[in-house]
Design a protein around this ligand. Structure first.
Ligand SMILES: [Zn+2]
Length: 477
């Protein structure tokens, strides 16, 4: 089979690319046709193309025919054919306890709820379940992990549900004095750590490592150079005594390789993955942004249907490891130790008050110290200082700002429209020029009381103010 559903990436992936991105955890890949677990066959072969095969060994011809061809690959998380739980184990340092994290999709929760299905957890396949939980929307949110505290010690657990009788065995802690590795998230003392379910560890990655013992306090392990140990502590949970380390492996050396191999692990170089833009916040392990696109730095090439649940046209690659990717619900990039989930939310609008700016009128204005004031006039905008006295001229205004919002406007007092006697006096006071008086120009005009009185005077003096004459001719006085 050329493609399969990747439960970690929540997208279909091609076998060829899946083989390049490693991390073959149990139950990770599922047949896109029947939903059965598949695995990458011939991942490192130079003679054979990597392909998926049913884990059970059954060579279902229908699945082969259906999936053998190179066809379209779906990045839709709902293209999954299997509806089994997706499970991970966690250690929580603030409570010093272990838990099982279960996820179901929205469709799975709905379908299980309609059929009233229980999830069951056992320490032995033949035992009674020690934990039963209804799979419904009360207990599960779509694609969000529901944590089930583990109080009954076991090195492996059996997960099943009442609809599908077959249980899946999940290995948990290693036996005896062999340490179990968990990958750390968060840097402070409240860190969480996810069980490494594959056999691969990475350099420059922080791990929580646990050792357990039933009766005595577990003894520490002598670690070779190249392993940096942070905090070391003892704790008790599940009626067992635990020794915990936080460590990271800085170098790949033969002695480290040898030690890890004896514990069932192998070491590979780590990858780097960073969300460059836009700024984000973390919610349930997802980086939440308010944009349709994200800029990513990665030390590896982003491969559509390989290590990101996107089609190639939704990824734009720039130089030096920078890519721009379209952000869809639960956009996920996963390769080796590097993992990110990006989700988009609509930008939240905070509750706000509508500010209705006030309007005042003044001829002079003394700037108070209750905000920021600017003067707008024909020469532009200038800031005003406290106590400054401003004479407001026509077409000028002062604007008051609070927190960069305009909250008030001060306009010059409206010029009173002069009329009649006042207007005449105003003109005579400001325009001193006089011209020779020509009485014929007024013979056809209807004069007001004010103007006829003025014209009479002009007849006597033989001169007239030209502006008054213009106003009279235009009927404005
Ligand atoms: Zn199949």
């Amino acid at each position: 089979m050329h493609k399969a559903y990747d439960t970690i990436l929540q997208s279909e992936v091609s076998a060829e690319l899946a083989s390049q991105n490693s991390g073959f955890e149990p139950y990770r890949y599922e047949c896109s046709n029947c939903g059965e677990e598949v695995f990458v066959a011939a991942p490192y072969s130079t003679r054979m193309v990597a392909h998926f095969r049913h884990r059970s060994g059954n060579n279902d011809v229908e699945c082969e025919n259906y999936l053998g061809q190179y066809g379209t690959i779906s990045t839709d998380s709902s293209s999954r054919r299997n509806n089994r739980e997706r499970a991970e184990f966690y250690y929580n340092n603030s409570t010093k306890t272990f838990s099982l994290a279960l996820r179901f999709s929205e469709n799975e929760i709905q379908s299980y709820e309609q059929q009233s299905v229980d999830f069951e957890l056992r320490t032995k396949d033949s035992d009674m379940p020690f934990r039963v939980l209804k799979i419904n929307s009360m207990n599960f949110s779509p694609d969000v992990p529901t944590l089930i505290p583990l109080n009954n010690f076991s090195v492996s657990y059996y997960l099943s549900n009442t609809l599908n009788g077959a249980s899946r065995k999940y290995d948990f802690l290693k036996r005896g004095s062999t340490p179990t590795f968990f990958k750390l998230s968060g840097n402070d003392n409240d860190f969480k750590a996810k069980l490494v379910r594959s056999t691969v560890l990475y350099t420059k990655t922080q791990y929580f490592v646990s050792l357990h013992s039933q009766y005595s306090v577990p003894q520490g392990v002598r670690l070779p150079e190249g392993i940096e140990v942070g905090q070391t502590f003892h704790f008790n949970t599940m009626n067992r005594k635990f020794l915990g380390y936080v460590l990271s492996i800085t170098d790949k050396t033969p002695s480290i390789d040898c030690l890890l191999k004896s514990w069932g692990y192998q070491l590979e170089a780590s990858e780097t993955l960073t969300l460059l833009w836009p700024p984000s916040y973390l919610l349930d392990d997802a980086s939440i942004i308010a944009s349709d696109y994200a800029y990513i730095f990665s030390s590896f090439e982003l491969q559509a249907h390989g290590n990101i649940n996107m089609h190639s046209e939704e990824i734009m690659k720039f130089s030096q490891g920078i890519s721009k990717v379209k952000v869809k619900p639960k956009t996920k990039i996963f390769k080796k130790n590097a993992e990110i989930v990006i989700d988009k939310v609509a930008p939240t609008v905070d509750r706000y008050n509508v500010i209705t700016p006030y309007k005042n009128f003044a001829s002079t204005f003394t700037v108070p110290d209750d905000g920021t004031y600017y003067l707008f006039n024909h020469s532009g905008v200038s800031p005003l200082t406290n106590g400054q006295v401003v004479f407001l001229t026509p077409n000028s205004s002062i604007v008051r700002y609070e927190f960069n919002f305009p909250v008030g406007y001060i306009y010059p007092c409206l010029q009173k429209e002069l009329a009649g006697e006042e207007l005449l006096e105003d003109i005579l006071a400001h325009y001193k020029r006089m011209e020779a008086f020509d009485s014929t120009r007024f013979s056809t005009l209807v004069l007001t009381k004010t103007t006829s009185k003025y014209i009479e005077k002009c007849k006597i003096t033989g001169s007239i103010n030209p502006v008054v004459m213009q106003f009279v001719e235009e009927g404005r006085i």
